[in-house]
Design a protein around this ligand. Structure first.
Ligand code: CA
Length: 493
């Protein structure tokens, strides 16, 4: 009772509808955010969101790949229902999305940065999107239907465009949703001018599973082509750079060559082989990836500062997330796609002054399909009947997880990856995750994997054929059928 009274004192509804600034990067591993305990980098500005707001420790995607995840965020439904189960389909922009519904309810809506859904953005008063994946330097963009060619580093260009809209582009009499979507740190991990020399001369810690031999599980994880050992290309490692990637000004090019030419010369002199070569590739890859994130973190800082200087920070919700998680060397990998924790679990942090308790963390299970209903409920807009996610507002308004558990919260998540044997040769799979266990089913292999995440957080030993785990396996198999039915997902692939 006391907790309830306390909560009602702490949480008073805002007088004006809040603005929402949604910052999303592409392929940002939670292992590379200091608020999530990274041992390899520091992200002081993303951490400002954590300090002032809530960090979701168990936020997951429904399908760990770029376009499907973006469509799930916009619509609040699973891949089968938003129509983008892989990166190949064209997103139907006429379906109900949270930006379009926000716009219909009187919000101004704007998007800058990566879109990646093959159709033009719908439901935005203003947009400027990257063409396709976008370049790291000199990005080509489409502004409200017309092409614009920019000079500069793309993360900085996107930030500049976002600030320009905040400062001079919006109608100050109305609330807004601004989506700032970075290309970074997507492959091929090209750092910006401000961070070309970060981490020079130091060795990053290696993940404990860098040399994972993939025994103790089924065949699935042995079939992939996403290893640091064999599948990074020379351009991923900056050993050769095609001209299309180098849309730089002469100054940017000179700074780039000054950073990489001596490094590459030193590498050639070493003539590494075996594990030493894998270690070198890991360091090269991970440092470039983290340098890209340093610019993303700068972007978050500039946006937070700008909201303060405009005097609108108190009534603006700021979110930082990624379209899915990522392997920063864990299991010997880069890339995403799997339901294993590194790519399934995804960073999600949210600051909302006056509503969300500063420094709050939650372990309640949440998923990217929850974002659309959350934003719509906050905005007082209509939540479509087909929505499959659940508004996170009770979590945002609570002081701890127990308070939310009292009203009931989900105890399992459903996942499905469709892009069978496409790039990186990850077989299609589906599964369920509870707080403790994970069941993964690989239909093409006729194999099941089962993990006890409490005892085996790195998912190295499948218990699928362990007689002592038969009851747990049967329970999770039933749950899989139940969730598939609940979310109206076909049994057939
Ligand atoms: Ca992505």
């Amino acid at each position: 009772m006391l907790a309830l009274i306390l909560a009602s004192i702490l949480i008073s509804p805002p007088e004006e509808p809040p603005n929402i600034v949604f910052i999303m990067s592409d392929d940002h591993a939670w292992q590379a955010i200091s608020a999530y305990g990274s041992d390899r980098n520091v992200t002081p500005n993303i951490d400002r969101i954590a300090q002032g707001g809530i960090t979701f420790d168990r936020y997951y995607v429904e399908n760990s790949i770029c376009a499907p995840s973006r469509a799930a965020i916009l619509t609040g439904v699973f891949s089968q229902h938003h129509g983008v189960p892989t990166n190949r389909e064209v997103f139907d922009g006429t379906q109900e999305t949270f930006p379009a519904l926000a716009q219909a309810s009187g919000y101004q809506t704007a998007l800058v940065g990566k879109w990646h859904l093959k159709s033009e953005p719908v439901g935005f008063d203003h947009y400027e999107r990257l063409v396709g994946q976008g370049n790291y330097y000199g990005p080509r963009m489409i502004r409200n239907g017309s092409e614009v060619l920019h000079e500069g580093y793309t993360t900085d260009v996107i930030t500049d465009l976002a600030l320009e809209w905040l400062q001079t582009g919006r109608d100050e009499s109305r609330p807004f949703v601004l989506m700032v979507q970075h290309k970074a740190p997507h492959r091929e991990w090209m750092p910006g001018p401000d961070h070309l020399h970060d981490m020079e001369g130091i060795d990053l810690p290696e993940p404990a599973t860098l040399f994972d031999d993939h025994s103790g599980r089924g065949r699935a994880s042995t079939m992939q082509e996403m290893t640091i050992k064999d599948h990074l290309r020379p351009m991923d490692l900056k050993l050769t750079m095609p001209e299309w990637m180098m849309r730089m000004t002469p100054e940017e090019r000179a700074a780039w060559d000054k950073a990489y030419e001596p490094r590459n010369e030193a590498f050639r002199a070493l003539e590494l082989t075996g594990d030493d070569l894998i270690r070198w590739k890991y360091q090269r890859y991970a440092k470039d990836y983290l340098r890209c994130i340093a610019s993303v973190d700068d972007s978050v800082g500039r946006i937070l500062d700008s909201l303060e200087s405009l005097g609108i920070d108190e009534n603006t919700i700021v979110i930082y997330t990624s379209d899915q998680g990522w392997y920063l060397g864990e299991h010997g990998w880069y890339d995403k796609r799997w339901m294993y924790e590194e790519s399934f679990r995804t960073p999600f942090l949210l600051r909302w002054p006056g509503v969300v308790a500063p420094g709050r963390r939650t372990e309640l299970l949440s998923q990217n399909i929850d974002l659309a209903p959350t934003f719509l409920e906050i905005m007082g807009a209509e939540i479509p009947a087909r929505t499959q996610g659940r508004s996170l507002l009770p979590i945002l308004e609570s002081v701890d997880d127990a308070q939310v558990e009292d009203i009931g919260w989900r105890d399992a998540l459903y996942y499905r990856y469709y892009e069978s044997l496409g790039p990186h040769k990850v077989p299609k799979h589906e599964g369920v995750r509870t707080r403790r266990y994970k069941l993964m089913v690989f239909p093409e292999l006729d194999e099941v994997e089962l993990y006890d995440l409490k005892l085996d957080p790195d998912e190295l030993h499948s218990l699928a054929d362990d007689p002592g785990s038969a009851v747990v396996r049967a329970r999770l198999e039933d749950l899989l059928v139940e969730l598939r039915a609940k979310y109206d997902v076909s049994e057939d692939w």
